[in-house]
Design a protein around this ligand. Structure first.
Ligand code: CTP
Length: 433
């Protein structure tokens, strides 16, 4: 494993070597665990440009370790004393989770566990799947040694998702979704015994025992994966969507819509990489719930604790989609009108409407809006209005908007023309008074 470490980008290697030094200084046994080790062995290159997310387990006091580690990195520590763990935040792109090795006992399915200090071996035993039990020893003499207590390497080789014990999905039903996520992302297979227990847990509605907020976080992770449609299909096949909304079934038309949404997201990301879609997962969320009526949908969104802007993007899609389609489904429209109709909406709402109607006229107007109108600003600003003698107040916004509409419609082509227009406008309103 030392060789794997040598190939890592410098930034990552330094973080790992520093963890080794801190463990030595504090006399603690430390291991690198979780997805990072799994992906390292699979040869999936960790991206250091996007985020660095490391998981460390310490036999002993993780909070003491975290404080010293953070000090050396000039980072900050957020402690979670209930779990004897801490997160060291170095920047908004580098975060290291540090946990005290623990055993867990689940008072009831879906509930948060009670935790007890334990050895690293015991800590790995409580984990979701064998492929996630691999650990890399950071303790000095054993530095870089792979710890594989639960046949993780065998299952990585066979490309299998396997739970460690029969109680796993009962202890933590979110593992149902995690199993699908790892299976699809890594192109592995959930092995038959695990799949049987997974289906049984789903059939017994264990996901309904999980708090909506934990469920939401797990669903978002799944929908943020590179090609979520495969994940959604797999969920439909093996567990269905009752956990998302009781009785929810996706019909042919719903799947068609999901594919259209997927196409719109690909189209948007290819054509507008600089604008960036912050919530592409939200579009899939909205599309899965397309069969629900708006009242029930609203309740569902609040129950899952989505954020205000996320809820509003989905609900406004439902409210405005038909009137918006009717107004934009014409070949020729003034750019300022298109701008006024689309500007108040979120990108997510706009793309949902585009996916829903797939009309050439509507698509053209949306594309032009995104390409040419979206980021346009008036030639002049409030300072110039003041210089021209306009009395400050809410009318500024109105005047600047009118100016922008004229620019979009090509009636005003330069700053000079804008000033001429403003002077005329001012003279006119003075006359009226
Ligand atoms: N884990 C678990 N059961 C859960 C959640 C997490 O056993 N319900 C364990 C797994 O060992 C997992 C580790 O905690 O590897 C870290 O969790 P997380 O960061 O969610 O998983 P990763 O495997 O790192 O996933 P990803 O590659 O998506 O970051």
């Amino acid at each position: 494993m030392k060789n794997y470490l040598k190939k890592l980008p410098r930034k990552l290697r330094d973080l790992i070597y520093l963890a080794r030094d801190v463990a030595k200084k504090e006399g603690l046994h430390a291991c690198l665990v979780g997805g990072f080790v799994r992906d390292l062995i699979l040869g999936i290159n960790p991206s250091t440009t996007l985020r660095i997310d490391l998981d460390l387990v310490i036999e002993g006091n993780a909070i003491r370790f975290a404080r010293e580690y953070a000090r050396r990195l000039s980072g900050r520590t957020v402690c979670h004393s209930r779990f004897q763990s801490a997160t060291v935040i170095v920047s908004n792109k580098v975060k290291i989770d540090i946990a005290t090795a623990r055993r867990e006992s689940y008072p009831k399915p879906g509930a948060l566990p009670q935790v007890f200090a334990a050895t690293i071996n015991e800590d790995l035993k409580r984990r979701d799947f064998t492929i996630n039990t691999l650990a890399l020893d950071l303790t000095n003499d054993n530095f870089g040694n792979l710890l594989d207590f639960y046949n993780g390497m065998v299952d990585l080789g066979k490309r299998k998702i396997r739970i460690l014990h029969n109680q796993s999905f009962i202890d933590d039903p979110t593992r149902i979704l995690r199993a699908v996520r790892f299976e699809q992302r890594l192109n592995f297979r959930i092995e038959p015994h695990t799949l049987r227990l997974l289906k049984k847990a789903a059939f017994d509605n264990l996901l309904e025992l999980v708090s909506c907020h934990r469920l939401r976080d797990e669903i978002i992770l799944l929908l943020k994966e590179a090609r979520p449609l495969m994940y959604i299909k797999r969920i439909e096949n093996i567990v269905g969507f009752d956990f998302f909304y009781p009785g929810l079934k996706l019909k042919r038309g719903d799947w068609y819509f999901l594919r259209c949404v997927d196409n719109e997201i690909q189209w948007f990301n290819e054509n507008f990489p600089l604008i960036g879609l912050s919530f592409s997962w939200l579009l899939y969320w909205a599309a899965i719930l397309e069969p629900l009526n708006i009242r029930i949908l609203g309740k569902h969104l609040y129950r899952f604790g989505l954020r205000k802007e996320e809820i509003s993007a989905i609900l406004s899609y439902r409210q405005i989609r038909l009137p918006l389609f009717k107004r934009l489904n014409k070949e020729k429209l003034a750019p300022s009108l298109v701008f006024r109709l689309l500007k108040p909406l979120s990108l997510e709402t706009i793309l949902l409407v585009k996916a829903r109607y797939r009309s050439v006229n509507l698509s053209n107007h949306i594309e032009k809006f995104l390409r040419y109108y979206h980021g346009r600003v008036p030639f002049i600003d409030g300072h110039i209005l003041l210089k021209l003698g306009f009395k400050p107040g809410p009318c500024y916004k109105q005047i600047l908007n009118q100016l922008l509409y004229r620019q979009l419609d090509d009636k005003i082509k330069s700053k000079e023309e804008a000033i001429v227009w403003l002077k005329k406008r001012k003279a006119k309103s003075a006359k009226l008074k």
